[in-house]
Design a protein around this ligand. Structure first.
Ligand code: PMT
Length: 330
């Protein structure tokens, strides 16, 4: 027997498909408990680096979830291991940027990503030193030392600020708050929106409080559309910043047209188009002026190169030009 959800809830009920208007979304949803503390942390980070003139990029990474219950047992997830975001963060750091890394909790992190989610358990990289301690197995030491040195240098200079989200609601509140902070450095800010953000969600007012009970047949869910935050981000929240969005598709024949539509609709500076199955060695960089096919040759991939090392320098040179143009106008 099919059934519909009983929206028994302690929250106020709100009408269907209401949030093409973003203010409505933020008014009706509940802000994450750590929002004020996160804003304070991000403000301090931005102030510190803005005083030295360093460019700052917000990298979003990983997938957002959509909870089905307010006391969440079940949720819908979005595809993304956080690989793109973690690799990209390392690339930006190596090229002089400070990075705010807004990432899905427990997805891949810069530097540690080399040793987590890998085919080896981290314990396989170690061995007893014979004196009651532990050492890194010699065959792994040179590569691990390189990663460790980079990681320590970033830490010592305070160049990386990590902020975590789990669900789409947290993501949208945190994104707005971080954007407000970053907007203060105007053109020197870059937004690199690689997170896989849910397109549909259950508003708080329509969500059941307790675990949905099984045993009564099929479950029908109605999800509302998540408001597109790219539009206010580009036009109102940080109008001077350099904004890069991502477009993920599975059908190559629609990728470029979808990326161009996004660019025209939101008026930002660049879209990185990628296809799910080939995303690690092929992307298309789309701006108003060009459409650039970027491929990682197989030989380079086999030698450990990553495609972010090819397209991030391209983005950085466009960001530099963006800053230069703005300085000519001021
Ligand atoms: O982490 P990996 O496993 O390496 O995978 C990386 C990736 C494939 C997830 C990444 O390269 C990627 O393509 N990320 C974007 C995927 C996506 O969700 O695209 P989209 O078509 O849903 O969204 C397009 C853009 O609009 C995104 O930049 C997103 O930040 C933005 N958006 C999306 C939803 C929403 N409500 N508001 C938005 O502004």
């Amino acid at each position: 027997m099919d059934r519909k959800l009983d929206h028994t809830s302690s929250y106020q009920r709100i009408g269907p498909s209401q949030f093409s208007d973003l203010t409505g979304f933020y008014d009706a949803q509940k802000a994450p408990a750590n929002l004020t503390e996160t804003r304070r942390r991000v403000d301090a980070f931005v102030n510190k680096h803005s005083s030295t003139g360093r460019r700052i990029v917000l990298v979003t990474s990983g997938g957002t979830t959509v909870p089905l219950e307010a006391q969440t047992v079940r949720f819908i997830d979005n595809f993304s291991a956080g690989t793109r975001g973690a690799i990209s963060t390392e690339q930006f750091l190596e090229r002089g940027y400070a990075v705010i890394f807004l990432s899905r909790q427990y997805s891949l992190l810069p530097y540690s990503r080399h040793y987590s989610h890998s085919k080896n358990c981290f314990l396989d990289f170690m061995k007893p030193d014979g004196l009651g301690g532990i050492t890194v197995a010699p065959q792994f030491t040179p590569a691990m030392l390189k990663v460790l040195e980079k990681y320590n240098s970033v830490k010592q200079q305070g160049l990386l600020e990590v902020v975590n989200f789990v669900d789409v609601n947290e993501y949208l509140f945190l994104l707005r708050e971080i954007t407000a902070s970053l907007s203060t450095i105007r053109e020197r800010a870059m937004f690199y929106l690689a997170a896989a953000v849910s397109d549909f969600y259950i508003p708080l007012g329509k969500m059941v409080v307790h675990k949905i009970q099984s045993g009564d047949g099929a479950l029908h869910l109605e999800l509302d559309q998540v408001p597109k935050v790219l539009s206010p981000l580009v036009k109102e929240w940080a109008p001077k910043a350099f904004v890069v969005s991502f477009k993920l598709e599975t059908d190559p024949s629609i990728l470029i047209s979808k990326a161009k539509t996004s660019l025209a609709r939101y008026g930002h500076q660049a879209v990185i188009g990628n296809i799910l199955s080939t995303r690690k060695y092929h992307v298309i960089l789309i701006t108003n002026e060009e459409e650039k096919d970027i491929r990682l040759p197989e030989k380079e991939a086999d030698a450990g190169a990553e495609i972010e090392g090819l397209f991030i320098p391209e983005l950085i040179s466009r960001h530099e030009e963006w800053i230069r143009q703005a300085s000519l106008q001021n």
